[in-house]
Each structure stands twice: as structure tokens, then as C-alpha cells.
Design a protein around this ligand. Structure first.
Ligand code: 3EB
Length: 317
């Protein structure tokens, strides 16, 4: 489903190819463009490709805009995006709630009820004290929308939520028409059951979602960090946090599929650029065949230095 592109001057040519659902652009701006299917996310790549191509099937994509969202469809898969302008990010809770509500309105209008992966990128994610921290207010807004949509915790899809150093926020997602399965990690408390100390609303996401798409079982692993139970491990220690994060992904995957393909579309989010070499080394050892993009990003807990997400295919043993 995912392919990485090393260098390209313009995603327009890619988007015209059959089977190209969308192109995620790792570039400093985070705002809608008139090139439907191009998703600039405001994150800077430290190493790895500047674009990630989301491919599906063989048909040309259909694209359009509705309710301030951009949609892209190939067969039974929809990629949907919406941006929150800079000024509205001053009230990230209410802006997030409105953004989720318009995304789900478009899902309904296009006939796609089953969301299986969501990405959330926003500015200043760790700004604000206590319950006013931007990430916690984002969680409040997302949960309000899910409450209004009557979405239960067992229906929450896999997700990532990171901070960038750009202006504006983006939420984009993948959806289909048939239900998938959501998975939790035995080493981690479900995020939607985190205790009150992490904020007024628990984070609404599953650790992974799996789906049969085009006859193959795809596994989407949420952003994963050095959290055991609900507690951050080894604050300040990048090597330990990398080790625990990678082990969390291994344990999660073992529970989803006995055998799986090498990891695809891996994003390693690093709070500090100077941790790049340590992260590259850890990934080369643990997942030598994975396609990895290293991105500069703020993780949603101030004491986390790294977060890793990936996708892969389940294989019959
Ligand atoms: C964690 O495990 C780390 O709020 O959507 C990872 C993936 C994290 C998704 C989200 C948050 C989210 O709690 C943070």
C-alpha cells in the first residue's frame, strides 16, 4: 500500500498515475493546496524520502472537495484530509472537534464508514501547563467528536499524533467500507484507559488496526513510544527509549500476525535532530529491511524522545 519516493520536484506527476491514492509531503508547510491528493504535513524529514506515496489498486483515483475536506478514492479505499488554519490552532480543542466532525460528514457522504488509520499533526503540541497543554486539549476535542458520533473505544482506529514546527494542523485518514480489527498491546495499557493524570480525556486510538484490502491483510501500527503500562520509561535516554519502543512494536505485531512482511512506511519521529544516528543504528539492527523515514517532531508527552509507526502485511505461515 505504501511506497517511498526519494526525490521528486512535484507530486503532480505522481498523482496522475493510476493506483496513486495520495502523496504525503514531508515539507515545512502544513496547509491545503489546490493539488488534490497532495498532503503537505509540516514535518521535516531528517533522513529518507521527502514524499510517501499511498498506492492502492490499478485504477486512477477520483478526487474532490467537500465540507472543507479533500477526498481521494480508489475502489474501496478513501483517503481524506482536512487542515486547521493557523489562527484556529489557538483553540485546538474546538478546532479539532470541528475538524473530526467534518471528516466524518464526508465519510458518510462518500459511503465510507470504516476508518482504519488516522494521522494528526499540529503545532506547539507540548505548549501549555497541565490540562491546558495543547495535546491534552486536542484529545478533548477529538473525544468530543467521537462522543457526538457515538464511536465507542473498541471502534477507535490506529492513529498517530505529533507536533511539528510549522503553522496550521492537518488531520488525514484512510477508510474503507468493511470492518477491520483493532488491536491492543499486552505491554501497554489501552490509551483510551489511561488514568486521569494524562489529561481530562484519554487519547482515543487503538494500538493497531488490521484490514483485508485488495485480498491482502494489512496491519497499521499506531505511533508507539517507550510506554509500559501507562508510564513513560527511561526519560532522557534515547537508546533505552528506542529499545523499549521497538520491543513494544514486536510484541504488538506478534499478537496480530504470526508472520509478517518487513515493516513498510516506517516513520521514526525524533524530538532532537542529534538523536538521528542513534535511531538509524537501532532501526538498522532491529529492522534491516524496513523502509524508514526519520522526521523531526515533538512527541505528545514532553518526556518522550522518540515515537515509531509502521505498516506491514500479515503473511500466511
Ligand atoms: C502513547 O502511546 C504515545 O493521541 O492519537 C501515540 C499514537 C500517541 C497516537 C494519539 C498518541 C496518539 O500514548 C502517544
Amino acid at each position: 500500500m505504501f511506497a517511498q519516493v526519494l526525490s521528486h520536484n512535484d507530486p503532480t506527476a505522481l498523482l496522475a498515475e493510476p493506483g496513486v491514492l495520495a502523496v504525503v509531503s514531508f515539507e515545512p508547510r502544513c496547509e491545503a493546496t489546490t493539488t488534490l491528493g497532495n498532503i503537505p504535513v509540516g514535518l521535516n524529514a531528517l533522513s529518507g524520502p521527502a514524499y510517501e506515496v499511498i498506492r492502492y489498486g490499478q485504477s486512477p483515483a477520483k478526487r474532490g472537495t467537500l465540507h472543507d475536506c479533500q477526498w481521494n478514492e480508489i475502489d474501496d479505499v478513501l483517503c481524506l484530509s482536512t487542515w486547521i488554519p493557523e489562527a484556529e490552532c489557538d483553540h485546538i480543542g474546538t478546532a479539532t472537534e470541528a475538524a473530526y466532525l467534518r471528516l466524518y460528514r464526508v465519510l458518510e457522504a462518500r459511503g465510507f464508514s470504516q476508518v482504519f488509520r488516522i494521522w494528526n499533526y499540529m503545532p506547539n503540541i507540548n505548549s501549555g501547563e497541565g490540562d491546558s497543554e495543547e495535546y491534552k486539549q486536542f484529545c478533548v476535542g477529538r473525544q468530543r467528536a467521537f462522543d457526538a458520533l457515538a464511536l465507542e473505544p473498541q471502534d477507535f482506529p490506529a492513529a498517530s499524533a505529533l507536533g511539528h514546527h510549522s503553522r496550521g494542523a492537518v488531520i488525514y485518514l484512510l477508510a474503507t467500507r468493511h470492518a477491520g480489527q483493532h488491536h491492543e498491546n499486552p505491554l501497554q495499557q489501552s490509551a483510551y484507559e489511561y488514568p486521569r493524570e494524562y489529561g481530562p480525556s484519554s487519547p482515543s486510538f487503538a494500538r493497531a488496526t488490521s484490514m483485508t484490502l485488495g485480498g491482502e491483510k494489512q496491519i497499521f501500527i499506531s505511533g508507539t513510544a517507550a510506554i509500559l503500562g501507562h508510564a513513560t520509561q527511561s526519560p532522557g535516554d534515547i537508546d533505552e527509549q528506542l529499545k523499549i519502543t521497538i520491543a513494544n512494536i514486536d510484541t504488538l505485531l506478534a499478537g496480530v500476525a504470526a508472520v509478517h512482511s518487513p515493516l513498510q512506511a516506517v516513520r521514526v519521529y525524533l524530538r532532537h535532530e542529534y538523536h538521528l544516528a542513534a535511531a538509524q543504528e537501532a532501526m538498522a539492527l532491529a529492522h534491516p529491511h524496513a523502509e524508514v523515514t526519520f522526521l523531526l517532531a515533538d512527541i505528545c508527552r514532553a518526556n518522550l524522545l522518540v515515537e515509531i509507526e509502521a505498516a506491514c502485511l500479515a503473511q500466511s505461515p
